[in-house]
Design a binder for this molecule. Structure first.
Ligand SMILES: [Zn+2]
Length: 175
């Protein structure tokens, strides 16, 4: 089920059609989706531009929500380059970023007496318009839903969710 809040008629029509079809294909009766498009979403979370979302899981409390709930906020403006999580690079000495990536925070751990270190990595992805923004953030939150509800096997982390979103966007662009 998809609920749209304050979505002017015709806004993100292609993106909405794409995610509606995707949800229909998988059933997803235990999922509630709320979509907010446009600048009014900025008032809620200061400083967040482009796209952002959340995937809430069913509550363990007896009187809590029993459904998964995804909220997709697409304030724009577009086009925009968003920062996406990429797999870390492990290194000895000096870290070299993977092609197209920027190095982030360096982490260290002791594994059976050996110190290993890795750097988090970022890349930028261009979201060309509101449809692409909506499809991308849907793909990210949908991945969390699919893995948490055990419909998909994978690590439920931001790196994987961003990769899934990128794949879904590529599929959308491919038509
Ligand atoms: Zn996420």
């Amino acid at each position: 089920m998809i609920l749209t809040n304050k979505l002017p008629s015709g806004t993100a029509r292609r993106g909405m059609a794409h995610i509606q079809a995707h949800v229909a294909l998988h059933g997803a009766k235990d999922l509630r989706i709320t979509v907010r498009v446009g600048q009014q979403t900025l008032a809620r979370v200061e400083g967040l531009l482009g796209v952002y979302g959340v995937c809430l899981y069913p509550s363990s409390k007896a009187d809590g929500p029993k459904t998964y709930r995804i909220t997709l906020n697409v304030p724009g403006p577009f086009p925009i380059d968003i920062r996406v999580h990429r797999p870390p690079v492990y290194f000895v000495g000096k870290a070299t970023p993977s092609p197209g990536c920027t190095l982030g925070e360096v982490k260290r751990a002791n594994r059976r007496g050996t110190v290993i270190q890795w750097a988090q990595q970022w890349a930028y992805a261009r979201l060309g318009n509101v449809d692409e923004g909506l499809v991308w953030i849907f793909g990210h939150e949908w991945y969390h839903y699919m893995v948490k509800s055990k419909r998909l096997t994978g690590r439920n982390d931001e790196i994987q969710a961003d990769a899934f979103a990128g794949d879904l966007l590529a599929q959308f662009r491919g038509g």
